[in-house]
Design a protein around this ligand. Sequence first.
Ligand SMILES: [Zn+2]
Length: 329
Amino acid sequence: MKRSKIALFLLIIFLVAGIYAVYKSLNSKSETTEESVVELVETPVFDADSSFNFVKKQVDFGPRVPGSAAHKACRDWFVQQLKSYGWAVEIQEFKETSYAGKSLTGYNIIAQFQPEMAKRILLSAHWDARPVADKDTVRTNEPIDGASDGASGPGVLLEVARAISKSANKPKIGVDIILFDLEDLGSTEDVTGNSWALGSQYWSKNIKPAGYRPYYGILLDMVGAKGATFPLEGSSMQYAPGIVRSVWNAAADLGYSNYFIQEPGAGITDDHTAVNEIAKIQMIDIVDLKNGNDVFPSYHHTHRDNLEIIDKQTLKAVGQTLLQVLYRE
Ligand SMILES: [Zn+2]
């Protein structure tokens, strides 16, 4: 009796161990198959600490509101930084009138790397900060820090520029960065969308360098906040679905699917609107959007959009994905 119990016990152990072994081998096979599909190319490492410092530096100037001293100081700093990485830099100065009827001078900052190369990718972001906190409940008439909505995009792009420049491993394409000005002066009353993104509207009607035709463009907006999500922005999916897919796939291959979520997102007016509609250059938008009545994140156009919400992991996910995309070309 005792012996047969032991035998039964052993039999069960063998069976369980056998089933586990089969399960494990099947599982590891499927893992191997998945891994073999992913082919990451060698790229420079995106340094999230360096990127964070670029965001902080912009915020430390004070709100980069057009017409302010902080705005001019930040513009000059961008030029100096990009030149220090060996990029050719030009400023496109222009005058526009805000929805409030105010005449403003804007500065689009245009930087080129490997300008001799014919095939080029354009990376963009706006660099101005909103002069009002119209979605806040306090100090609504005061400008916002714009840490995510303003500083994060240039903060990622400066680090991409720095990483490419200092690495011996160069992309096989030319890379351009345009930091658009006067993006965030729009009125919430404005249903046409024309009072937003004035810098990209001006550039799209006055393309600089003349005759410039990049292969495609990628816009960053609000790419720094903790818990950011980048769904498949609606108008990007209309203008350039194939580019959206390849960028989101690169993010997934790097393990960043928790940021680059493969779900349809709202379509918004942003700097990519004029670039697609007027310049007829395909440009997609990587932008922090949510589901709900307000598609924008809770810090949007409030004083909560400050350095405290900036997360290095978000900056890393975006910057490393951009490098993977550039080096796959
Ligand atoms: Zn904004």
